[in-house]
Unconditional design. Structure first.
Length: 561
């Protein structure tokens, strides 16, 4: 419970508050269970071939709340008690798109353990079988082929989200006066004399949160799962080097997507590629509100007028109606090349390069679209290079150089190591809004040597930048992302110097000097590139700080015994 009281100095002297409230948030005790059974075997077929075969089965229990303090689902056919009165009032001033006899106030929230509902907040799949198979085949004494395939399911329960507690919390405002200060009914010594508002819980049933946004659980979710497969060749090279060339693929299925099922239907939006002011004005026009005076107070149900667009929604008595579905999917392909030189002759070296592409369909271009749009993933990074190494300087006792100097000098020149890590990674794709563009999208990209914080993209490539001409109430066609339009890349060096001094046989004094981001390459904020054409800062990097750390110097002295 949270209490707020506000007062002026004069009111404080009189013992009278000016404003305040008590918030009574809901508490919850939620749980979900997961059971798993796994069978696995490694089978050495012969001296060259080894197989790894397994099968996993998972049974996940639904999310529950100990005292049923949660929304469960949404009854799409439930008739709101206000429907008849609202329908009669709507018939007096109907909008042409929906005849009076077709206007409805249907649908409302259901609650766990109420009205025959189960305590479980949704049903869970029972056939989540996950086969895995792998192999290693020795082509010759220096070459091995490896591969595998597996299925991996995600979770639906407490590990992914919490209960939904619409109706199980309340706020009581402090009503200091009812006649503009002629009389005061609350004091600092005894505020909230009328008591606190009752917490309705599930008592309002399908009328819970009328006029507000609601969220409910998909009653029959599908477990998202990934299919992963890979194939690689490993080869031992001369000089102690080992090389690997591999391919990795991944297919995501039944990925969960959150969506508002109460969005304005597509057929009522403008399909014009330019601003359709006639349609915008028509949808936003105020018409008589059929809910006024009938519905409980809500964000928009009480006013005498209402925007026409709200009456065209599937559930006009609510604002957003949020739930999830499992229409999402993704696919990933990558080629991996690595080289490793294990520590010998005073140095070790590792290098790896990955070339990949990550596509997904987990977002809707328009809120009422039937299916998600296929687009490059915001996690796509087509190029990644990582090189690291350690070099032990060949000075001092047991080394090629200066190995026969006196003990004191030997302590000074021996035990030095130099290490370094270089990382390069492509930047993430830029996320675009609902813009008007007339031109070739390939001209939006600027060459790397022309990109600056003041001009990251070509703002003159064909964008409509006039504020009064921007789109609204339309069917969007401009994509969410392009693979060739990206934010800043990672280009980072870390350098370290280590000095080991042995004191006797069991003690060691170690000094480390490290330069992180040694050359101070800034990584510009990926989310701070202004992509709003009508904004004066369009195309600029507007963040005041960089996304990575500036150069940092770390000095460490450690005694090991």
């Amino acid at each position: 419970m949270a209490t707020y009281l506000g007062f002026s100095f004069a009111a404080f002297l009189l013992g009278i508050p000016s404003s305040g409230n008590i918030n009574q948030p809901a508490s919850y005790a939620e749980q979900s269970t997961t059971w798993g059974l796994f069978v696995h075997d490694d089978w050495r077929v012969n001296s060259k071939l080894t197989l790894n075969i397994g099968l996993r089965w998972e049974l996940e229990g639904a999310l529950t709340e100990r005292f049923n303090r949660s929304v469960s689902g949404f009854d799409f056919n439930a008739v709101q008690p206000i429907e008849a009165a609202v329908k009669a009032k709507y018939a007096l001033n109907p909008t042409p798109e929906i005849p009076a006899e077709q206007f409805r106030a249907r649908g409302g929230l259901t609650f766990a353990g109420v009205g025959g509902e189960s305590r479980a907040l949704y049903n869970t799949p029972k056939k989540n079988f996950m086969p895995r198979i792998g192999f290693a085949y020795k082509l010759n004494d220096k070459t091995v082929a490896r591969g595998g395939y597996g299925v991996f399911f995600g979770f639906l329960g407490q590990r992914r989200g919490d209960v939904i507690q619409s109706g199980f919390s309340t706020t009581t405002p402090l009503n200091v006066t009812l006649n503009n200060g002629l009389n005061f009914i609350e004091t600092l010594s005894n505020p909230f004399q009328g008591g606190l508002n009752a917490i309705p819980g599930a008592s309002e049933g399908i009328q819970t949160f009328l006029g507000r946004s609601v969220t409910f659980f998909n009653q029959n979710p599908l477990s998202p799962y990934m299919q992963r497969w890979q194939l690689s060749l490993q080869r031992e090279l001369p000089g102690g080097f080992m090389a690997e060339l591999g391919y990795v693929g991944n297919r995501g299925t039944h990925i969960e997507i959150t969506r508002n099922i109460n969005a304005t239907p597509i057929q009522y939006l403008s399909s014009s590629p330019t601003r359709d002011q006639t349609r915008i004005s028509y949808l936003s026009q105020n018409v008589r509100n059929p809910f006024a005076g009938i519905a409980p107070p809500g964000l928009f149900l009480s006013g005498a007028n209402i925007a026409r667009e709200r009456l065209l929604r599937p559930y006009p008595h609510f604002d957003a109606v949020n739930t999830t579905n499992n229409d999402g999917y993704s696919w990933y392909h990558s080629m991996h090349l690595s080289m490793e030189k294990r520590f010998s002759k005073g140095y070790t070296l590792q290098a790896s390069y990955t070339f990949s592409k990550f596509m997904e369909a987990i977002s809707y271009l328009n809120a009422a679209d039937p299916l998600p749009t296929e687009v490059i993933s915001d996690m796509d990074r087509p190029h990644r290079l990582a090189v690291s190494g350690i070099f032990e300087l060949p000075f001092g006792k047991g080394r090629r150089l200066l190995h026969d100097i006196n003990p004191i000098s030997s302590h000074l020149v021996s035990g030095w190591q130099v290490s370094g890590i270089y990382t390069f990674q492509s930047g993430p794709p830029l996320n675009w809004g609902n813009v008007i563009f007339n031109g070739d999208v390939k001209n939006i990209r600027l060459p790397g040597d022309q990109q600056t914080t003041q001009r990251w993209i070509n703002v003159d490539a064909g964008f409509n930048r006039v504020s009064s001409q921007q789109l609204a109430s339309n069917v969007r066609t401009f994509p969410l992302r392009f693979g060739f339009l990206r934010a800043d890349k990672i280009n980072n060096f870390d350098i370290g110097i280590i000095k080991k001094t042995f004191i006797g046989e069991k003690k060691e004094l170690q000094f480390r000097g490290e330069l992180l981001n040694a050359f101070n390459h800034p990584l510009l904020f990926t989310t701070q590139i202004n992509l709003t054409p009508q904004n004066a800062a369009f195309g600029q990097v507007t963040a005041g700080t960089q996304e990575n750390y500036p150069r940092r110097v770390q000095l460490t002295l450690k005694f090991i015994f």
